[in-house]
Design a binder for this molecule. Structure first.
Ligand SMILES: [Zn+2]
Length: 229
């Protein structure tokens, strides 16, 4: 029933590419092929000491960091991430995750990974949005690489956001403990690929890593769709 409705809605309300606003062909899902070809890919999974790795170096132990594209306000990736986050376009997240996965497939970056772990969204935000965009991207990556997605172990605790009466150190303590790993043993001796939509300062990823490091001998790599530095 749902697919019939979807076909009808395609007939009467054709989809448009969120980047160039041209009508999408029936074979195109979420974004047109021309715009996909314009994605400013970094291909930095082959490049140790890339910009993202330099940003995170020394902050916590990690193996590798890879980003799919450069994210800029006028760039191709910006409207796609916007549609994924604020307009319920989950298919865009799946598509970008799959494209990233195809690039990574068979590489030394992806081969040692045991679990793909999306950065959890604040429960209140996830309730509002109905899904976690990082999990959607992770699902796309998993579809291509066949590496399982692990959710529910790395969690975001509901914390009191009122920070005004705290000292600077207390604030960091507060931020640092946003995330927790419920069953550290599950990730013991495993190589985790932590996935998020965009890396900017890296503080969210750093806070996740602090929680993941509760697992004995865990290894952490990171993949994001966009990088903004
Ligand atoms: Zn387009």
């Amino acid at each position: 029933m749902k697919s019939i409705l979807k076909e009808f809605s395609h007939l009467f309300f054709p989809n448009y590419c969120p980047v160039c606003n041209n009508k999408l062909l029936p074979s195109e899902e979420g974004v047109c092929l021309q715009c996909l070809h314009k994605l400013p890919k970094t291909n930095n999974f082959n490049e140790p000491d890339n910009l993202a790795e330099t940003l995170l170096a020394g902050r916590f132990p990690f193996e590798r960091v890879a980003t799919f594209c450069v994210y800029s306000k006028q760039g191709v990736l910006q409207p796609l991430i916007h549609q994924l986050k604020y307009n319920n376009k989950k298919e865009i997240g799946i598509l970008l995750g799959k494209l990233f996965g195809k690039d990574l497939l068979g590489s030394e970056f992806i081969n040692p990974i045991d679990f793909i772990v999306p950065v959890p969204l604040h429960p209140k935000k996830q309730k509002e949005r109905g899904y976690n965009q990082a999990e959607i991207i992770a699902n796309g990556l998993s579809e291509v690489t066949a590496i399982p997605v692990s959710i529910g172990n790395l969690v975001r605790s509901i914390f009191n956001p009122t920070q005004t009466k705290r000292t600077k150190t207390q604030r960091w303590e507060n931020v640092k403990d946003i995330f927790d790993v419920l069953q550290p043993q599950l990730y013991a001796d495993k190589h985790i690929l932590l996935v998020d939509d965009i890396i900017t300062t890296g503080s969210t990823l750093e806070a996740c890593a602090h929680a993941l490091l509760k697992s004995p001998d865990v290894k952490i790599s990171i993949a994001t769709l966009g990088e903004v530095f």
